[in-house]
Design a protein around this ligand. Sequence first.
Ligand SMILES: Nc1nc2c(ncn2[C@@H]2O[C@H](COP(=O)(O)OP(=O)(O)OP(=O)(O)O)[C@@H](O)[C@H]2O)c(=O)[nH]1
Ligand SMILES: [Mg+2]
Length: 234
Amino acid sequence: MWWLAIPPAVAVGAYVVKKIFEDEEENYTHTTVNYTHLESNFQKLEKILFNNSGIKKIAIIGQPGAGKSAMLSGMTDNQCIPRPVIGQKTDATFWHIRPVSNFFNSYQNFKFVDAPGYDTYLHPVGSYLKYFPFTGFDFILLVIKDKIHASDEEIFSKLKQSFGSSISKKIAIVRSFSDHLSDEDKLLIKNDFDKKFELADKNIKLFFLSNRYKYGINEIKSEIQFRNYNKKGG
Ligand SMILES: Nc1nc2c(ncn2[C@@H]2O[C@H](COP(=O)(O)OP(=O)(O)OP(=O)(O)O)[C@@H](O)[C@H]2O)c(=O)[nH]1
Ligand SMILES: [Mg+2]
């Protein structure tokens, strides 16, 4: 009965303090986030991007198999280091397995990030929306293979939200697998892309690309090489 000797005010105070600590502990437990390896890698990449000014940082994003790595290879005359791996299933890459030691493919004064395709079991689009460091890049190429999927639209919404009115200076859209498109096909695709990505309204560039026939690769290369990266918001 030791507590009978403690004045009531002190006992109540001690209880209140104990309760606050317990509540905080409980809150802490509830708010602790367990990041996947993919999400931790995105956060690691973010830190590296923000600590590296003076180099042009370009992200290539899109669904698996959209032709991102093939485009990177074409844009850099297959001279970037390391060389991108083409034709390998995204989930065979290891961003979701362990910490990535090098995120970049370097070429001249560029650092490219050839991101693993989104919207797979191991690379869920939700992780990209929450943690991919979109704003850490000078420019983003969003590569779409054929049809626009819901996840492409979700990513686009995120880009709009991230860049606001500067979006035209920050992103371009690439329609890959444009191997045998007629002018009429291109017009139909352009109209569809315009509806989904507000190309005209937001002044966003669309490139038609065939990695197989190297069609359109020079235009994308020029866009990357000659754009004014110092422009405000650009
Ligand atoms: N015909 C044709 N094939 C292409 C084109 N682009 C890519 N491919 C082929 O499509 C496959 C996938 O290309 P990748 O460049 O590896 O695709 P990716 O977007 O990097 O895929 P992930 O890394 O898995 O996300 C490869 O076999 C390429 O040769 C294209 O424009 N036309
Ligand atoms: Mg790839």
